[in-house]
Design a protein around this ligand. Structure first.
Ligand code: FEO
Length: 164
């Protein structure tokens, strides 16, 4: 049985994953309209992955005797003008998700909830991968700068990448 405190923390993480999925969906649509089909495909796939992250939490909460709450979601912000700005936003977003996950992990330890601590390790590993990929993509974008053929290749290459 989950403690109230852990149940609340997991439901908060569920909101974060749902918002992530929603943001990636908005970013995918933005990229599609901006003429970057590869980036759009990457973002759509990542939106689906974030939904899976949300579902994983939902099932865990319910299976452990808690009550998962499906939240209402605000319209995501799409305020960037360039692809580099978009990926900067993405990295910043994933860093804040990692910080939240670390908070939940800390709470699991202080509550001596070792099962949830174990469950959360999957998220810890996933965030490591996501941040590494976002950093790598940003490094490439910074090298490309304003070079149009470089951007074309970036869009083509990202088409075949897993959303991490
Ligand atoms: Fe599931 Fe990228 O956070």
């Amino acid at each position: 049985m989950l403690s109230k405190e852990i149940e609340t923390a997991l439901n908060e993480q569920l909101v974060i994953e749902a918002k992530s999925s929603h943001s990636y969906l908005a970013w995918a649509s933005w990229a599609e309209n901006a003429g970057y089909p590869g980036i759009a495909k990457f973002m759509y796939a990542h939106s689906d992955e974030e939904r899976q992250h949300m579902l994983k939490l939902l099932h865990y909460i319910n299976e452990r005797g808690g009550k998962a709450v499906v939240p209402a979601l605000d319209k995501p912000e799409v305020t960037f003008n360039t692809i580099t700005e978009l990926f900067n936003r993405l990295l910043e977003h994933e860093r804040s998700v990692t910080a939240n996950i670390n908070e939940v992990v800390g709470l699991c330890l202080s509550n001596r909830d070792y099962s949830t601590h174990n469950f959360m390790q999957w998220y810890v590993a996933e965030q490591l991968e996501e941040e590494a990929l976002a950093t790598d993509l940003l490094d490439r974008l910074n090298l490309i700068g304003n070079d149009k053929s470089g951007m074309y290749m970036f869009d083509r290459d990202i088409m075949t990448m897993r959303g991490a």
